[in-house]
Design a protein around this ligand. Structure first.
Ligand SMILES: Nc1nc2c(ncn2[C@@H]2O[C@H](COP(=O)(O)OP(=O)(O)OP(=O)(O)O)[C@@H](O)[C@H]2O)c(=O)[nH]1
Length: 362
């Protein structure tokens, strides 16, 4: 069966925000949430990694944030996405638009497809645009070693070529030429710290179903992007990021495009937790870890409590580039807990965990 999206002025525009791990999606979202644009957004955030950190990295704002952390939005939590959108629809008038931030390893196609395939959602919401944030410094490397980065670019209507401060003009030209080869149709904007006029990314009316159908002729077929696999399905069902097996119901003719997910299976996340940390132990440790294991660290992020420090410290990194800063005071009703997530390949988890624990304040 196929379906098309009817145009109706009452449909709420939905922006799907995509982009590989650490590209600058949350930075963009924070801009949207802090800028005075007169619009009210409902934001749906899906993150990769067990310890919810992304929500803590979002600025405090009046907008409503819905976290979806029980799996990857493009695989296991599409039902949650439909339910969340349906619940939002019951409160129409409370907001003007919806933004869905996907995990850095999500395939945007099934997320976008949700807005066409579910009848209730389709009647109430309209996909406005798929916006991809691209890390100009690391994207060429990502295009070599993952399939997701390419899917995200191919699928986008608007592409933010971000982190231009970290590349030379020649490197930037090479990145843009590569993006253009993958997707000649998207509107490209350059940005530093995802700084772009909000009107260039939201309310674009840019989603082009015809173009998506030419990329993916089965886009509007039910189940095409669902992972209901059969006994012959040779897909590795360990998603890695949760270290558990998902409950897929596979059919004998499982013929889904598993290539979208190959990369994800080799990408794992580790979540570390501790109480107060000793900064004199932690900083040399994290410097050493990122210098030695940086090539394999796709992303790190953490909220840290340092001994005798009244403020929360946020640390973030992509490969060897790490930055950190105080965020705000710990609240009285908040447990002082340090949480750190690494997402990467071939990381020695036991060593990481033990050496992190050794940074605990005495
Ligand atoms: N130098 C530089 N750093 C940037 C820029 N944009 C974002 N960053 C930093 O890159 C890191 C990742 O940014 P985020 O906005 O959290 O990236 P993300 O895409 O939301 O990351 P995930 O949700 O983990 O996939 C943070 O430390 C940002 O401060 C930029 O233009 N230049």
């Amino acid at each position: 069966m196929s379906a098309t999206q009817e145009d109706s002025p009452s449909q709420i525009p939905v922006t799907v925000l995509t982009g590989y791990l650490g590209a600058g999606k949350t930075t963009l979202l924070n801009r949207i949430l802090t800028e005075h644009h007169g619009q009210r957004y409902a934001v749906i955030v899906n993150e990769f990694g067990e310890v919810g950190i992304d929500n803590d990295l979002l600025v405090e704002s009046d907008e409503e944030i819905f976290e979806m952390n029980n799996g990857c939005i493009c695989c296991t939590v599409r039902g949650d996405l439909i339910r969340t959108v349906q619940n939002l629809m019951k409160r129409r008038g409370a907001f003007d638009a919806i933004i869905v931030e996907t995990t850095g390893v999500a395939d945007p196609a099934p997320v976008a497809q949700t807005f066409f395939m579910d009848d209730d959602v389709r009647a109430a919401a309209k996909l406005d645009a798929v916006v991809a944030v691209v890390d100009a410094r690391h994207v060429l490397q990502r295009l070599e070693d993952t399939s997701e980065a390419e899917d995200q670019i191919a699928f986008a209507d608007v592409i933010l070529v971000n982190k231009i401060d970290l590349v030379t003009d020649a490197e930037l030209a090479a990145v843009e030429a590569r993006i253009r080869r993958i997707n000649p149709y998207a509107v490209l904007h350059r940005s530093e710290r995802s700084s772009v006029e909000i009107s260039k990314v939201l309310n674009r009316g840019a989603f082009d179903l015809d173009r998506i159908l030419s990329l993916d002729p089965h886009f509007l077929q039910h189940g095409h992007h669902d992972h209901e696999c059969g006994p012959d399905c040779d897909r590795d069902h360990d998603h890695g990021h949760h270290d558990h097996t998902h409950d897929h119901e596979c059919g004998p003719d499982c013929g889904h495009e598993h290539a979208h997910h190959e990369d994800r299976h080799s990408v794992k996340s580790i979540s570390l937790k501790a109480g107060d940390l000793d900064p004199d132990m932690f900083f040399p440790w994290i410097n050493q870890v990122t210098q030695v294991q940086g090539p394999n660290i796709l992303r790190l992020k953490g909220i840290l409590a340092f001994k005798d420090d009244p403020q929360r410290y946020v640390i973030q990194g992509v490969h060897m580039i790490v930055e950190g800063d105080h965020q705000r005071d710990w609240k009285d009703d908040e447990a002082r807990e340090s949480r750190l997530v690494f997402i990467g390949r071939d990381l020695n988890w036991d060593v990481l965990r033990d050496s992190f624990n050794a940074c605990a304040a005495q």
